[in-house]
Structure formats: C-alpha cells, structure tokens
Design a protein around this ligand. Structure first.
Ligand SMILES: Cc1cc2nc3c(=O)[nH]c(=O)nc-3n(C[C@H](O)[C@H](O)[C@H](O)COP(=O)(O)O)c2cc1C
Length: 189
C-alpha cells in the first residue's frame, strides 16, 4: 500500500516543506534587509481567525537588540543575525481575556500560521530559521518597546547556518498520522 504521508503530486512548495528543518546555529553573516522584510511580510500575510489580524511583527537586526533578546531566551542556542518577534495586540480582541485558553485559542493558530510562512520564505532564501517560544515575554516586550497590551509569543531566529549542509538531516514522517475518510487503527500487516 502506498504511504499517504508521501504524496505523489509534484509541487515545489511541498518539496520545500519536506526539506525545511529548523536551524539553531548561526554564522555572523548579516542578512539582506530585503530578505528580512520579505520574511516579515510573509508572516503578516498568514490567515487569521475571523480576519481580525491581531498580530504585530517586529523585525530586529540591530546587534544590541539581538544580544539583549538572546539574554532573555533559554530556548535560543546561538546569536542569530535577525529575529522576527510575533506578538498579539490584545486591544484588537477586546472581548477576549489575554492568555485565557478557553477563549483565545484562535489567536494561537494565527501565530502558528504566521511563523510557518516565515520559516518557508526564509528557507526559500537559503536562510536558517527557528521559532522560539522559550523566552521571557515581559523582558522581551520591554526590549522591543512594546506597549503593555502587546505581548510577544514567538521569536523567529534568522541567519545563515554555521553548520555544513550535510548536518541537515531529512525529516522523516512517522507512518499512521494521515488517514483517509475515517480514522483507522494501525494493523500489523
Ligand atoms: C510552538 C513551537 C515552539 C518552539 N520553541 C522552540 C524553542 O524555544 N527553541 C528551539 O530551539 N526550538 C523550538 N521549536 C522548534 C522545534 O523544536 C522544531 O520545530 C522541532 O524539533 C521539529 O524540527 P523541524 O522543524 O526541523 O522539523 C519550536 C517549535 C514550535 C512549533
């Protein structure tokens, strides 16, 4: 039986999705301003629940800002050349209580859609990227100069890889995650 996790359709975008991996080790090389802003635009054009678009994006390339944000981020392993902070402006969603999981779940999907767009456009430009959620939100918000009602939830790190490309292992997709028409328990056969 063919594996539904490996589609036969030919699609350059699907090929890019198959090949994308996070990068955590960055070289000192600067990034072109146009690339950073293209990544930010891709993130800002992601779909948004009810079209509210509550996300604010801050593209960071100043070395001091990068150093200060890095110091707030245990989930970051090396200094990136740039970062894209993805935030929620909670004033756009006045009927929600910030961080209340029973009402705010669509906003988390907005953030995920935004950073996946960013990762893919970075990958296409040969730029390594990683979404980082392990950082001190209030500290990062202060460094970025955000108003109190705008909270950063993801820092997408960006930069050229410091590793030889052979370290970039292809991603395997575990079988049994994609089903057709209805869920089927895995059989041994
Ligand atoms: C919501 C989310 C949060 C993440 N937070 C971090 C993080 O704080 N630090 C980090 O190094 N990687 C982080 N990652 C990257 C994941 O570890 C990575 O995507 C995963 O290991 C799969 O690797 P791949 O993207 O190369 O397929 C995060 C990914 C997601 C989707």
């Amino acid at each position: 039986m063919s594996d539904p996790a490996v589609a036969s359709a030919s699609s350059p975008l699907l090929e890019a999705i198959r090949g994308r991996r996070v990068e955590r080790w960055f070289s000192d090389e600067r990034l072109a301003e146009a690339d950073v802003m293209a990544i930010a635009e891709a993130a800002a054009r992601a779909p948004s629940g009810s079209g509210f678009r509550p996300n604010i994006f801050v593209a960071v390339t100043e070395r001091d800002q990068i150093r200060n944000l890095f110091a707030m981020s245990p989930g970051m392993f090396s200094h990136p050349a740039a970062m894209l902070a993805i935030c929620i402006d909670w004033t756009v969603l006045p009927y929600l209580r910030p961080d209340d999981p029973s009402t705010t779940h669509p906003t988390w999907f907005d953030i995920g859609a935004a950073f996946e767009n960013a990762l893919l456009v970075a990958d296409e430009a040969g730029i390594g990227a990683c979404p980082v959620t392990s950082f001190h939100r209030a500290g990062a918000g202060a460094i970025l100069g955000l108003p109190e009602t705008t909270v950063p939830y993801v820092l997408v790190t960006l930069g050229h890889s410091a590793q030889p490309q052979e370290y970039r292992m292809p991603k395997r997709l575990r079988r049994g995650r994609i089903h057709r028409d209805r869920y089927q328990e895995a059989s041994d056969g």
